[in-house]
Design a protein around this ligand. Structure first.
Ligand SMILES: [Zn+2]
Length: 442
């Protein structure tokens, strides 16, 4: 086995350089997803900025005509009533606020705030502004002139102003007041304004600019078995949300980097637990809620397992984390099924590529099903089903929640969006969405 440094995907090596360039260039600040770690799993995109012709940044149609911001749903009125945090995407100064408006607007034309209803505008050092619109009544927590830090609470999600249902309208404007798309894609102008943009129809990462990525305590590969403790040597307690599920973890986590030199199924197994630790596999090192490939979140001290279709040379981030007070010894093993070294078998390679989605869907679905049903070992079933059928199981609430085929398809809520006449919005079809079953524990 070659040293891991030789196995790293080129993208991994380039990332630090790109960040360095961004921090010193005139491109300015990048944004964290504007909510708390606790509420992050509740959000999902419902409409992106319209880049012309009702086309979003990825050349899809998740937008409506003239929409100037990004709409982020939280699960209908129940989600709003639970209190979903809106936080500053980056450091800045409060330059405008408005509060006191009715916050259960469904007509898209409730008055106040110039269409934003209750809102906060931040000015950032690079001259750009961010707007946080349609907030819940009397939740605006900052005042004009306040200096705020990335992640600081500004208010809560509501449905005030030109809104049809509870959502956050997050909008970036340049120093000339023109709306810009924070997402970088084939139908928008680069660069991305997110610290970690994440995938289409998923969420940008939660980490603020300059926040530390996960710190792996060891590099592992096929056949590895490591015995340690979740709060032992090498552990951190810096990360809370990893995607794939709705949990937010406040306990200590252990992080490993795993790679193989072949395209093959790779199974991570977690055993020997005396507390409720869960297992996540990510395709990137950020640990900011983006890039989740699979999760196993069985109850109590049940064993956990996640299978992914590993790509030769790619590095994966494996996280073992627990809730407040959950700490335990554990054994983590890395099982590789065996496969062809990259480039030796083209057919197998394309199969592996196709299989990646299916397996990662399956891992997440299976794990969640297992947890929901109380099955002792949902993870093994999940992996198998996922690989075989791509993680279908439509109709299972758990499958909907953890399904990997897009937040939009899985998490729907009726009538959420900015309405006609909202700031920089026009008349257009709203994205219909309905709430998926949801569960949560702390
Ligand atoms: Zn909007």
């Amino acid at each position: 086995m070659p040293p891991l440094s030789a196995l790293l995907h080129p993208r991994r090596l380039l990332a630090p350089l790109a960040l360095l360039a961004l921090s010193t260039a005139a491109w300015g600040q990048d944004y964290a997803f504007p909510t708390s770690a606790e509420d992050y799993p509740e959000f999902y995109p419902t409409a992106y900025k319209d880049n012309g012709g009702t086309t979003d940044w990825n050349c899809g149609d998740i937008t409506y005509t003239g929409h100037g911001g990004t709409d982020l749903g939280v699960g209908s009125w129940a989600g709003m009533d639970a209190g979903r945090d809106v936080t500053a995407g980056a450091d800045g100064v409060v330059v405008a606020t408005h509060d006191g408006e009715f916050d259960r607007c469904t007509t898209a034309d409730c008055p106040g705030g110039g269409g934003y209803g209750n809102y906060v505008q931040l000015l950032h050092p690079d001259g750009k502004s961010t707007y946080y619109g349609h907030l819940r009544q009397w939740t605006v927590a900052v005042a004009v002139g306040d200096a705020v830090s990335c992640g600081q609470k500004l208010g809560e999600v509501g449905s005030s102003g030109h809104s049809t249902g509870p959502h956050l309208h997050f909008e970036v404007r340049n120093s000339a007041g023109r709306s810009e798309d924070p997402f970088d894609g084939p139908c928008s102008a680069p660069p991305t304004y997110w610290v970690s943009q994440g995938d289409y129809a998923a969420l940008p990462g939660l980490a603020c600019e300059g926040a530390p990525a996960c710190a792996p305590s060891a590099d592992l590969t096929c056949g590895a078995s490591i015995t340690t403790r979740s709060d032992g040597a090498g552990s951190t307690s810096a990360h809370a949300a990893y995607g794939c599920t709705t949990w937010a973890y406040t306990g200590a986590e252990q992080v490993y980097r795993v790679a193989t030199d072949r395209d093959e199924p790779l199974t991570l197994r977690l055993s020997g637990l005396s507390a409720d630790l869960d297992l996540y596999v990510l395709d990137r090192p950020d640990c900011d809620g983006s890039g989740c490939l699979g999760a196993s979140d069985g109850p109590d001290s049940s064993d956990e397992a996640v299978t992914i279709e590993a790509r030769a040379g790619a590095a994966y981030t494996v996280v073992i984390d627990g809730f407040e007070g959950a700490a335990s010894d554990f054994v983590l093993t890395v099982d590789c099924a065996g496969g062809w070294p990259a480039g030796l078998d083209g057919g197998d390679g394309s199969d592996s590529t196709d299989g990646t989605d299916g397996t990662s869907d399956g891992s997440g679905d299976g794990a969640s099903d297992g947890a929901t049903d109380g099955a002792a070992d949902g993870s093994g079933d999940g992996s198998g089903e996922g690989a075989a059928d791509g993680g279908g199981e439509a109709g299972s609430p758990a499958a909907d929640t953890a399904g990997g085929d897009g937040a939009l398809g899985a998490r729907k809520q009726p009538g959420v969006g900015c309405g006609p006449g909202a700031p920089l919005t026009g008349i257009g079809a709203l994205i219909g969405i309905f709430a998926a079953a949801r569960r949560r524990r702390r």
